[in-house]
Design a protein around this ligand. Structure first.
Ligand code: ZN
Length: 331
């Protein structure tokens, strides 16, 4: 399924990251690799953009054509120097450790690199110029079926307004890292359809998944990424599978996750080592997430948390989302 193009693209993105000359211990780990040691891939500084604060060596940022993105480096110490480089668009200084990047108008991927000069360290923002929502033609976008977003947001909440736009996913860009341990293709809707495909995805969800992945590894469960049973769902597909209309998946803010490392069989691993794959394995992940609630740093990640039993159609999994308020369900 992966074309030569996709792989050469992955190499380019990889090169961008490795040229920042991290010490070997900080080098990027491939998603799903057999590497023994989990690395959280945190830089020695953070980048602030939109409402997000990311310490990771790589993260996606989604912008509209020609939109201006304010970037700020957040770092301790005053004697550190940072520079920014953009693959395209315009970079303008905007104060101490601040810049303004004006995105190109053409849809696509335009990596931005924020780098510390000495000692070398960097953060790459894989910036995607998305296709505006207004480009939808009826229920489709370039032949890909999206369906209808509800005209009226649930309880008037802004998180249920139609999305600003759609990330265009192609065979060439599908393997792009959207976070250190997640690739764009992991979030694709499971519906039929050719290329290009379209995805809605929230940066906050990516940050939350990284935080959870780090916690899971810290607890001793080896996971190089999470297997994602369901990431983005178009309203069309969400309706097709009979799900609730206002599912956070439709807004790119939810993921149904499980750990699938040993064996790699598209099924949850036996995390609690009782020789059974059941809801108790989902509980292991659920409880680790549950433990983080209430800690001040976790506040931006508060959202839905649900656990699901194994059925004939799927293994046990945990639903996480970034709706902004507390919600719990599951057995
Ligand atoms: Zn879900």
């Amino acid at each position: 399924m992966k074309s030569i193009c996709a792989w050469s693209f992955a190499l380019i993105v990889g090169t961008l990251l490795t040229t920042s000359q991290h010490p070997p211990s900080m080098s990027r780990q491939a998603v799903g690799s057999e590497s023994t040691e989990f690395s959280p891939e945190r830089a020695s500084f953070s980048v602030r953009f939109k409402d997000e604060l990311s310490p990771y060596h790589v993260l996606a940022a989604f912008v509209l054509p020609g939109e201006t993105l304010n970037l700020a480096v957040v770092a301790e110490g005053t004697d550190r120097r940072f520079v920014v480089a953009a693959a395209a668009g315009e970079i303008a200084p905007a104060g101490d450790r601040r810049w303004r990047w004006t995105a190109p108008t053409a849809t696509g991927l335009y990596p931005l690199t924020l780098a510390q000069v000495e000692p070398p360290d960097s953060i790459t923002l894989n910036a995607f110029v998305i296709v505006p929502y207004s480009d939808l033609e009826g229920e489709t976008l370039n032949g890909y079926r999206i369906g209808n977003y509800p005209a009226r947001p649930l309880r008037g909440l802004s998180i249920y307004r139609p999305p600003r736009g759609f990330i265009e996913v192609t065979p060439e860009n599908q393997a792009t890292l959207v976070a250190p341990h997640f690739r764009l293709e992991q979030f694709l809707c499971k519906q039929e359809g050719g290329w290009p495909k379209y995805v809605v995805l929230k940066e906050r969800l990516l940050l939350k998944l990284e935080v959870i992945l780090e916690a899971v590894n810290r607890k001793g469960y080896k996971a190089s990424t999470f297997a994602i049973l369901s990431g983005y769902r178009t309203p069309y597909y969400n309706r097709l599978i009979g799900n609730v209309r206002y599912s956070r998946h439709v807004w790119g803010g939810a993921a149904d996750i499980y750990i699938d490392e040993n064996p790699k069989d598209e099924m949850m691993d036996d995390l609690n080592a009782d020789d059974r794959i059941d809801y108790r394995d989902a509980d292991v992940i659920y409880d680790i997430i549950d433990e983080m609630y209430g800690q001040p740093w976790y506040a931006p990640f508060i959202g839905g948390l649900g656990r699901y039993k194994r059925t004939r159609g799927h293994g046990p999994f945990v639903h996480v989302d970034t709706r902004g308020f507390h919600a719990r369900w599951g057995t």
